[in-house]
Design a protein around this ligand. Sequence first.
Ligand code: CP
Length: 308
Amino acid sequence: MRGRDLISITDIASEELEDILQTALGLKDRGRQTLLVGKTLALVFEKPSLRTRVSFHVAMRHLGGDCIYLSPPEVGLGERETPADVARVLSRYVDCVAARTFKTETLSELAAHASVPVINALSDREHPCQALADMLTVREKKGRLRGVTIAFIGDGNNVANSLSLAAAVSGMHFRIASPEEYGLPQDVRVRAEELAKASGGSVRVMHDPGEAVADADVVYTDVWTSMGQEHEASQRKEYFAGYMVDARLMAEARPDAIFMHDLPAHRGEEVADEVIDGPQSVVFDQAENRLHAQKALLALVLGDENAA
Ligand code: CP
């Protein structure tokens, strides 16, 4: 994976995903390593972040490298300077760029003009780094990915897009329950179905949360209103009424099912306190795994061959 961009989770083949997960588990076990001494990562963010920003920063520090954070007003992507010029300039200073953008086109423009790898740290379209941490968490908690049933309840958003594609490539059974107007984009659904067909997994799209979670191994949800959609919040609350993951819904899943959420959570909307704070919740292990999964990704993209 050395030198490669990560824009979509589908940029990673199934054997490469496996390599990232094994590397992440190894790095999690071994702690700090000196794999990226002298390397610098630039974080270019158009939106706020807690987990992504801190986990990338700490990941570089743990691997012996350095990290620079550029906040939205500092960079002014597309306003102060074109994404193409930002990419050309940063490529002269740093070894990798992780960007969080409103539009996926901005990310694509950065990647097209950078001579260093560009990593999607969340766009309107996908959140592949979250999906890597999610797969790592399921692997740890369930001992495998293949054959695991994961039910996503809520908005067919960037997190759901990457999760569906990662699950499909891993031979998992992915179900999503959303209101009719807020399901997975058609092209993502078609691609996920193709990947699932090849891996022995499956993808099912439905509207009834109870049907989605029935006997599921993993129940996953995310906010109903993503960053940049705040003007739709009240309308979305109406559409998503009935899609909260509460104890009654969790009881429809397998007794040993885990609850996942990429965070931040809007408690009392997509998830009840009793679930996110309950014994089946693994959300903070999942958040920790952002660090381990990204350490593995950075080591494989930026490190010497076989160093990880
Ligand atoms: N899950 C996630 O990406 O969190 P942040 O928005 O805080 O980075």
